[in-house]
Design a protein around this ligand. Structure first.
Ligand code: NAI
Ligand code: MG
Length: 335
């Protein structure tokens, strides 16, 4: 039976990379019945909300979405669609695998980088609790709860156990923020004791940032509160080619949204030159989530082969191919 999945192509280059990804998924033979949902800056403006009800209803129905980028309207004070989806569906875990794409030229191409980053997605300094205390003095609240910290820590350890990961590094600043990051770290330690087979260590976030650049190959799984996770996951993406190639997933108890982490790239939209790698990689995470590991592996190998051959790369990676030619090459390379 076909999987029912919500497809949000988005706008800008979104529909171009979404079409490309749907094509490679079709070529893997996994049967998917897409529930296509339109979402764009103009729909957001017309509906007056970042997350029109038809989008939410579809994901609630299917439980899974593959999502392209959506332009955030400049006027009107709209919140980001992604933040709205995360909040509404309680997608508490932001997961970003960061790994070397063989063949892709980067500063770190000779190093084998293979890590998974787990970022708490619901609280910390992103709770949106800010106010002006008196004129020119602003307070922004950092919320850390035992509930959310335990939940993300358990998620990271469970994932590591299931996927043969050996070491989890919790990242914090508890030397300064003794109560808030202190609580986060205590929760991580508590869960770590339940998984003696997985090594556990801690790094202060500034040191972690340096180590990531100096010795990225030594990291396995990273576990972070929201703000550090946001920053460090982009830093890590930069080690392997940037936001145009890394996949992302937002996971909750009952829903999962897989998305490219780049934006709608209005500067190149409509020219057929966008690189669909990030959304394709996100769809590989989706296949694994569905239990379609063999198809996921095949698609991963096909992407790797296309990069290794290097003859069908898009312009952002130094090639001269358009989105369609790149996609044809990936499909051709499916074993
Ligand atoms: P952006 O990621 O869209 O673009 C930054 C630069 O990277 C541009 O030069 C663009 O051409 C290039 N680029 C991005 N993705 C690419 C791809 N797949 N292939 C080739 N080149 C690519 O970031 P920007 O310009 O800051 O944001 C544009 C719009 O996207 C904004 O409205 C922003 O709010 C929205 N956005 C949406 C996201 C989402 O829905 N997940 C995430 C980030 C931004
Ligand atoms: Mg970010």
């Amino acid at each position: 039976m076909a999987y029912k999945i919500t497809l949000i192509p988005g706008d800008g280059i979104g529909p171009e990379v979404a079409d490309a990804t749907v094509r490679v998924l079709e070529a893997t033979g996994v049967a998917i019945d897409w529930e296509k949902v339109e979402l764009s800056a103009s729909i957001i403006e017309k509906s007056g909300t970042s997350l029109p009800p038809h989008v939410l209803e579809s994901i609630e129905r299917t439980g899974i979405a593959l999502k392209g980028p959506v332009t955030t309207p400049i006027a009107g004070g709209f919140k980001s669609v992604n933040v709205a989806i995360r909040k509404q569906l309680d997608l508490f875990a932001n997961v970003r695998p960061v790994f070397t794409l063989p063949g892709l030229k980067t500063r770190f191409q000779d190093v084998n980088i293979d890590m998974v980053i787990f970022r708490e997605n619901t609280e910390d300094l992103y709770s949106g609790l800010e106010h002006e205390v008196v004129k020119d003095v602003v307070e922004s609240l950092k919320i850390i709860t035992r509930y959310a910290s335990i939940r993300i820590a358990r998620y990271a350890f469970e994932y590591s156990k299931k996927n043969g990961r050996r070491k989890i590094t919790a990242v914090h600043k508890a030397n300064i923020m003794k109560l808030s990051d202190g609580l986060f770290i205590r929760c991580c330690r508590e869960i770590a004791t339940e998984y003696p087979e997985i090594a556990y260590n801690e790094l202060i976030v500034d040191n972690a940032s340096m180590q990531l650049v100096m010795r990225p190959e030594t990291f396995d799984v990273l576990l972070l509160p929201n703000l550090y996770g946001d920053i460090v996951s982009d830093l890590a993406a930069g080690l392997v080619g940037g936001l145009g190639v890394v996949p992302g997933a937002n996971m909750g108890e009952n829903h999962a949204v897989f998305e490219a982490v780049h934006g709608s790239a209005p500067d190149i939209a409509g020219h057929g030159i966008a690189n669909p790698t990030a959304l394709m990689s996100s769809s590989i995470l989706m296949l694994r989530h569905l239990g379609e590991g063999a198809a996921a592996d095949r698609l991963q190998r096909a992407l790797a082969k296309t990069f290794r051959e290097g003859t069908h790369l898009t312009r952002d990676l130094g090639g001269s191919c358009g989105t369609n030619d790149f996609t044809d090459s990936v499909i051709h390379n499916l074993d």
